[in-house]
Design a protein around this ligand. Structure first.
Ligand code: NG1
Ligand code: ZN
Length: 533
């Protein structure tokens, strides 16, 4: 095909390493950074085709491996509304990445064009960015070759957070429409979110500084710019682990994943009772909060706590606004702490559903709700307002000043939230705004419910593909009878719950367990892991 005339020439510069199979999973392609050059080049080709398939809408490409070690890297595509790539394209990505020769590569691309009836005369548009990883510049150059090979109208955003890139994509594709999302620039991003934040907190007492562990990643410079854009005592921050230059520091003993997995504070943060702390991950799409009590004991406020805080606040505002039939719902995964789920159902009395791991699954469930709050326990999530909810807000006619205030707050909340994807900076502003409005400390927020002791283990197995699940990944259907063994173990422990699923991002199987006591929980986790192994 004439359209692919330059592909072979460019592809020769980025040969596929032999003996490696690439797979587009939950987080796109992700593996050791040095092996990814051919894959990122080919993602450039795919991004161009995706854009042509969407009549020239802008597609995003993000080069990042998030919370993974610094030596890893990854790449993922962002669809026109800033959402994750449509699932049906994941298979194309895997096929194109694994083509063994340039002839096979052209054939794989031609197959995508054929299957999707793509008009290759359309000019493709793609924007891209990367995180702070040392392998980033080389991979970016490979991406640029892929984009050039198909004559793409491409623009780089340099080094920004993953959610910022999602925001830029959505802004570009909604510009000039009723759904215009904002200015597709860094300044536009900061102006939108700080403006909404300041509208919400106006007139309340100023908070104490928030200590942010930026995982030595891209969140460090970006959150400093955010605070500078706010230029307000309402956003007083101190950034720790903000070294994006020294090799080896990214995510090392710090960041949201480290804090959540180890249930302890990151390197470089000495917790003082009464102060507020949070951690971003390496590309700033996850956030968790934490504090130390008077005895110095560490307390984690994870994605479940953020989700319940946001859901409570939204539910109360909807009630105060006097808007009928506007239901707030919560989407969780099986990793949500059992006590958070009980709290949402029994105390908040809000509907809750479980989705499979990976934010795209939660996002799709949340889209079915009026106002859908979704978070993974690890701190990745956001809130979606459905078009119906927005229409109801627009039609609402306040009868009292209190109703008017609640409606204005709902609008400000909607602007404060990055609806395209979970975003550490936007979520941080959301939490801070709610805490300021309620006059709460982290320990007051933490009072809602107490987490059940839980344990997450990683089991390296010979072949994880034999592990198959159903019921939002909580029940194994293969290997045969393993689920019966797990059920029998769980039954031995009060408030016991455990499940086994193959990781979508690592070559391992994950075991999750919770139970009434720490000792029971650990015993259950290790017994189940033993059964898997
Ligand atoms: P896998 O490796 O499929 O468990 C992990 C996280 C997900 C999600 C993805 C994408 C856990 C238990 N799993 O998925 O929540 O964030 O990575 O980064 O935290
Ligand atoms: Zn991340």
């Amino acid at each position: 095909m004439a359209h692919f005339a330059k592909v072979a020439e460019y592809s020769a510069k980025h040969p596929k390493p032999e003996g490696i199979e690439f797979a587009y999973g939950t987080a796109g392609f992700r593996t050791v950074g040095d092996t990814l050059e051919s894959t990122v080049f080919r993602v450039g080709l795919l991004a161009a085709l995706r854009s042509q398939g969407k009549q020239g809408k802008t597609i995003g490409v993000m080069i990042t491996a998030s919370h993974n070690p610094e030596g890893d890297n990854g790449v993922k595509l962002v669809d026109p509304m800033g959402e994750m790539l449509q699932q049906s394209w994941e298979g194309y990505c895997t096929q194109v990445a694994n083509a063994a020769s340039s002839d096979e590569l052209v054939a794989a691309l031609a197959a995508v064009v054929e299957a999707e009836s793509i008009d290759t005369s359309v000019t493709p548009r793609v924007v891209y960015a990367r995180d702070t990883r040392p392998s980033g510049p080389l991979l970016q150059a490979a991406l640029e070759d892929g984009l050039a090979a198909l004559g793409t109208d491409a623009a780089s955003y340099g080094v920004v957070t993953t959610p910022q890139l999602h925001y830029f994509v959505r802004c570009r594709n909604t510009a000039g429409t009723d759904a215009a999302y904002g200015e597709p620039t860094e300044a536009g991003y900061f102006a939108k979110y700080t403006g909404a934040f300041l509208r919400l907190v106006d007139g309340k007492p100023h908070p104490s500084p928030l200590h942010i562990d930026a995982a030595n990643g891209v969140g460090a410079p970006e959150v400093l710019k955010l605070a500078a854009a706010a230029a307000s005592p309402y956003l007083s921050i101190e950034v720790h682990n903000g070294d994006t230059v020294t090799p080896g520091k990214l995510n090392k003993d710090c960041g949201a994943d480290h804090v959540k997995s180890n249930q302890r504070s990151p390197v470089g943060m000495a917790l003082q009772p009464g102060s507020r702390y949070c951690s971003f991950d390496g590309d700033a799409d996850r956030i968790v909060y934490y504090y130390a009590d008077e005895r110095g004991t560490f307390h984690l406020l994870d994605g479940d706590k953020i989700s319940t805080l946001a859901a409570t606040y939204l539910r109360d505002l909807v009630a105060a606004a006097g808007i009928d039939d506007l239901q707030v719902g919560v989407v969780q995964t099986a990793y949500a702490n059992g006590n958070s789920t009980s709290y949402i159902k029994d105390t908040l009395r809000l509907p809750t559903v479980f989705a499979k791991t990976g934010v795209k699954h939660l996002h799709h469930e949340a889209e079915k709700m009026n106002i859908g709050v979704y978070f993974e326990a690890n701190g990745h999530g956001t809130v979606l307002f459905s078009p119906g909810a927005v229409a109801k807000l627009r039609r609402a006619t306040p009868q009292t000043p209190a109703q008017d205030d609640a409606i204005q707050r709902l609008w400000a909340l909607r602007d404060l939230i990055n609806e395209s994807v979970g975003d550490a900076m936007s979520d941080m502003l959301l939490v801070e705004a709610i805490l300021i409005c309620k006059g709460w400390s982290l320990s007051q927020w933490d009072e809602a419910y107490t987490d059940l002791p839980s344990r997450l283990l990683k089991v390296v197995v010979h072949d994880r593909t034999i592990f198959k699940t159903t019921n939002a990944e909580q029940t194994l259907t293969s290997p045969l009878r393993l689920q019966e063994v797990v059920d029998a173990l769980v039954a031995k422990f009060p408030r016991g719950r455990a499940f086994v699923r193959p990781s979508g991002t690592e070559d391992a199987v994950r075991v999750y367990a919770e139970a009434a006591t720490r000792a029971d929980c650990d015993q259950l986790a290790y017994l189940v892991a033993g059964a898997v192994f």
